[in-house]
Write a protein that binds this ligand. Structure first.
Ligand SMILES: Cc1ncc(COP(=O)(O)O)c(C=O)c1O
Length: 369
C-alpha cells in the first residue's frame, strides 16, 4: 500500500495552528469541556468517576444507541464507533475493496474518499460536480454512464466538502436505485449533516447496502473528541469493519465517548447554535460578495458550513493563498488541495470569528484588485 500525500491536511498542517484568522475551517464553532458538561446536570461528577480502561470495540453501547436514534432503519447493532471519520473511511475502503475493483467517486471531494481506494489498486472514476450559472450542478446521467461491470462502490459526500452541494431526495432515490440495480455498495460521507432546518435523510436508511458516515467533528463542532461512526444495515460489512478495527485503534477513548454522548443528548441545542452562526455568517458573506462581483463568483452552499468560491485572478491559486496567509494571517484553502486546477478557494462559515476574518481578507482584496 502506498498513499499519496493528503494535500489538504499537508496545507493545513503548515498554517492551521499559527494563522490567526481562520477563514477556511470546515468544523463549526467548538466549546470547552466545561461548557459541554454544563449541558447536563451531574455530568461533571460522572466524568470524574469514569474509569480509564479499554472500552468496547464497537463503541460504548449507550453511545451507540444514542447515535442510532439519528437513523430510522439502523439500530445500535449497525453502529460502529471509530476514532473520527477518517479512521472509518480508511477501514471501510480496506474491507470493501480489492485490487481491480472500480469505484465512482463524487469530485471534488475530501481526498481520502478516493485516495485510499487508489492505494488499494482500484480504478477510480470521478463524477464531477460542475460550476453552473447559479452554483454547483451534478448530472445523474453522467453517473449512469460511469457504471462498469466491475463497479463495486459509489462514494458521495452530502453536503459536499468543498462545494456545499447537497443531494436532494430525488437524487438520493435515483442513486440508490442505480446502486441496487448494479449491485454496488454506497459509501455516503454525511459528516456535515444536521445543520439543516429539516431532518436529514441518510443513505443507510434508504439502502440495505449503504454505509453512512457520521462524526462529532463538524456540525457539532467537537473535532477534539475524535468520535466518528458508521451506520449500516449490511451486517457483513459491519463485521469485517469490527475485525479491521482490531488493527487500527481497537477502541475509542472512554472520556471522548462519554462526552460525545452528552453532546448527542443535547444535539438539537448544539446544532441550533451552530446553524445560527452559519446563517449569520452567510449573510455577511453575501453582502461581501455583492461588493465585489467582478472578483468572485459567489457559490452559495446549499447546506453545510463550507463553500467553494471562484476568484477571478491569473495568479496560481496556491500562491495566492500562501501570500495571503503570510501577509495578513488570513487562512483560505486553495483548490489545488482538491486536485482542482481552476482558481477556487474554500471558505468556512461555522466560526464566530468569521466577520473579523472576512474584514481582514477584504482589506487585502481592496489593495490587490
Ligand atoms: C468530508 C469529510 N469527511 C471526513 C473528514 C474527516 O473527519 P474527522 O476529522 O472527524 O476524522 C473530513 C474532515 O475535514 C471531511 O471534510
Amino acid at each position: 500500500m502506498r498513499l499519496n500525500d493528503f494535500k489538504l491536511e499537508v496545507f493545513f498542517n503548515k498554517y492551521e495552528f499559527t494563522a490567526p484568522y481562520l477563514l477556511a475551517q470546515s468544523d463549526c464553532e467548538s466549546m470547552s469541556i466545561q461548557e459541554l458538561l454544563s449541558y447536563e446536570a451531574g455530568a461533571e461528577e460522572q466524568l470524574k468517576q469514569l474509569g480509564l480502561g479499554y472500552t468496547e470495540v464497537p463503541g460504548n453501547p449507550s453511545l451507540r444507541s444514542q447515535i442510532a436514534r439519528l437513523y430510522q432503519q439502523v439500530d445500535e447493532s449497525g453502529i460502529l464507533v471509530h476514532v473520527g471519520a477518517q479512521e472509518a473511511i480508511f477501514n471501510f475502503m480496506h474491507v470493501a475493496l480489492e485490487p481491480g475493483d472500480h469505484i465512482i467517486c463524487q469530485f471534488p471531494i475530501y481526498q481520502s474518499l478516493y485516495e485510499v481506494a487508489k492505494s488499494l489498486g482500484c480504478e477510480v472514476s470521478m463524477w464531477e460536480i460542475k460550476q453552473g450559472e447559479n452554483g454547483w450542478e451534478l448530472d445523474l446521467d453522467e453517473l449512469k454512464s460511469l457504471i462498469q461491470v466491475n463497479t463495486k462502490l459509489i462514494v458521495v459526500n452530502t453536503p459536499n466538502n468543498p462545494t456545499g452541494y447537497t443531494l436532494n431526495p430525488a437524487e438520493l432515490q435515483a442513486i440508490t436505485e442505480l446502486a441496487r440495480q448494479h449491485n454496488c455498495l454506497i459509501f455516503s460521507d454525511e459528516v456535515y449533516q444536521g445543520l439543516e432546518e429539516t431532518r436529514p435523510t441518510f443513505f443507510a436508511d434508504l439502502y440495505e447496502n449503504a454505509v453512512s458516515l457520521g462524526v462529532m467533528s463538524k456540525a457539532y463542532g467537537l473535532a477534539g473528541l475524535r468520535v466518528g461512526w458508521i451506520a449500516t444495515q449490511n451486517q457483513e460489512i459491519y463485521d469485517k469493519m469490527v475485525r479491521f478495527k482490531h488493527y487500527t485503534t481497537i477502541c475509542t477513548s472512554g472520556p471522548s465517548e462519554f462526552l460525545a454522548e452528552i453532546a448527542l443528548n443535547h444535539g438539537d441545542r448544539i446544532l441550533k447554535r451552530n446553524r445560527e452562526i452559519i446563517q449569520g455568517n452567510q449573510q455577511i458573506a453575501n453582502s461581501f460578495f455583492q461588493r465585489y462581483p467582478g472578483i468572485f463568483t459567489n457559490n452559495v452552499p446549499q447546506s453545510g458550513p463550507v463553500a467553494f468560491h471562484r476568484i477571478h485572478t491569473n495568479q496560481p491559486i496556491e500562491q495566492f493563498c500562501e501570500k495571503l496567509v503570510e501577509e495578513t494571517g488570513v487562512l483560505l484553502l486553495p483548490a489545488t488541495v482538491y486536485d482542482v486546477e481552476e482558481p477556487y478557494i474554500r471558505m468556512g462559515y461555522g466560526r464566530k470569528s468569521f466577520a473579523e476574518c472576512l474584514e481582514r481578507f477584504e482589506g487585502y482584496v481592496i489593495n490587490r484588485f
